[in-house]
Design a binder for this molecule. Structure first.
Ligand code: ADP
Length: 298
C-alpha cells in the first residue's frame, strides 16, 4: 500500500506537485499517468525519500520510506535505469546491494534469471543496451522480494518484446498480491496493463479511478448520422444544444445527444435518416480530454 496525503512539492516558482492525495492498493497494477512535466517522477522520488515534500506526507507499507529498517525488502524501485556503476557487472551490482541489505546471495541469480540476464550476468553493465539496462533496473527492484514495486516509465526505449515482457511481469507481480505502481505518459500502454489509474496534470490529481470508469465518466461519445436532408436535420439537432461537425456531404457527427435522441428528433421533424451509428470513445480519447488543459508543452 502507498498512501499520499496532501503531498506538495515546490521548486522555486514551479509547483511540481500540488496537494496530491491517493492510495495505491495491493493486488493490482496501478498506472500513474500524466503528460510530461505533470509531476510523476517528483511524486515517485518523494515516495522513496529522494525528495522532501514541501508539505504533506507519503507512506509505503505503513511507514515513511526512511523509517523502514530494510527498505529494499519493503519497496523495490526503478527510477533511473542508468543509475548503475558502468564498470561493474550486473552480477556484482546486484551482489553489492544484496550484501549491504542482508539478502542471500542466491537471490541475485534468481532475479537475473527472472529478467533474462543470466547469460550476460558477468558482462560490464556499462556496455548494456537500453533494454538490458531496464532489465537490470527491474532485477534491482525485485532483489529484496518487496511487497511494493514502483517503476518509472519501465518500457521507455524497449522493443515490442521487451514491452510485452514488462507488461506480463507487472501483472504477475500484482497477481502475487504485491502493490505495483507504474508511471507512463502513454495511455495506450496503460490501457492494456493497469486496472486502476491515478492521473495527474500540472501536479494536481485529475482522476483516481478504474479504466472502465474513466471512459464512462470523461469520454464524450458521438453519433455518426447519414441523411439525405443533412442540413435540415443538423439545424434541428443544433437547436437542441448538440454539437454538429460535418464529415462529408450528407454525413455528419453529433456530440451531446444519444443515437436514440437523434432518431426521435429526426422522426418528429419528418427527416429521413439512412444511418445512425453510436461511437464509444476510447480510453486514449478519455485521457486526452482529461489532460487537455494540463499539457505543459504542445
Ligand atoms: P513528469 O515525471 O510527470 O514528467 P516531473 O516530476 O519530472 O514530471 O516534473 C514536474 C515539474 O517539476 C516540471 O515542470 C519540471 O520541470 C519540474 N522539476 C522537476 N524536478 C525539478 C528539479 N529538481 N528542479 C526544478 N524543477 C524541477
Amino acid at each position: 500500500m502507498i498512501e499520499a496525503r496532501a503531498l506538495t512539492k515546490r521548486y522555486g516558482d514551479t509547483l511540481a506537485v500540488d496537494d496530491l492525495s491517493f492510495t495505491v492498493k495491493p493486488g493490482q497494477v496501478t498506472g500513474f499517468l500524466g503528460p510530461n512535466g505533470a509531476g510523476k517522477s517528483t511524486t515517485m522520488r518523494m515516495i522513496v525519500g529522494l525528495d522532501r515534500p514541501t508539505a504533506g506526507t507519503v507512506t509505503v507499507a505503513g511507514l515513511p520510506y526512511r523509517k523502514h529498517s530494510a527498505p529494499l525488502c519493503q519497496v523495490g524501485t526503478l527510477l533511473d535505469a542508468k543509475g548503475v556503476h558502468r564498470g561493474r557487472s550486473a552480477h556484482s551490482h546486484l551482489l553489492a546491494l544484496a550484501q549491504t541489505h542482508g539478502i542471500p546471495r542466491r537471490r541475485v541469480d534468481e532475479v537475473l534469471d527472472t529478467v533474462g540476464l543470466a547469460g550476460v550476468a558477468h558482462r560490464r553493465a556499462g556496455g548494456f543496451s537500453l533494454g538490458m539496462g531496464q532489465r537490470l533496473g527491474v532485477a534491482t527492484a525485485l532483489l529484496g522480494d518487496p511487497a511494493v514495486v514502483i517503476l518509472d516509465e519501465p518500457v521507455n526505449g524497449l522493443d515490442p518484446d521487451g514491452v510485452l515482457w514488462v507488461r506480463t511481469l507487472l501483472k504477475d507481480l500484482a497477481a502475487q498480491g504485491r502493490t505495483v505502481l507504474v508511471s507512463s505518459h502513454l495511455m495506450s500502454e496503460m490501457a492494456v496493463t493497469a486496472e486502476h489509474l491515478v492521473i495527474i496534470g500540472r501536479g494536481r490529481l485529475l482522476a483516481d479511478t478504474t479504466v472502465a470508469d474513466l471512459i464512462a465518466r470523461v469520454a464524450v461519445g458521438s453519433v455518426l448520422v447519414r441523411s439525405p436532408n443533412a442540413t435540415q436535420l443538423a439545424e434541428l439537432l443544433v437547436a437542441r444544444g448538440a454539437e454538429v461537425t460535418g464529415v462529408d456531404p450528407g454525413l455528419f457527427q453529433v456530440a451531446g445527444l444519444t443515437a436514440e435522441a437523434v432518431g426521435d428528433l429526426a422522426l418528429a421533424g419528418g427527416v429521413a435518416v439512412h444511418e445512425l451509428t453510436p461511437r464509444r470513445a476510447s480510453l486514449e480519447e478519455a485521457y486526452m480530454e482529461l489532460t487537455r488543459e494540463a499539457v505543459e508543452y504542445r
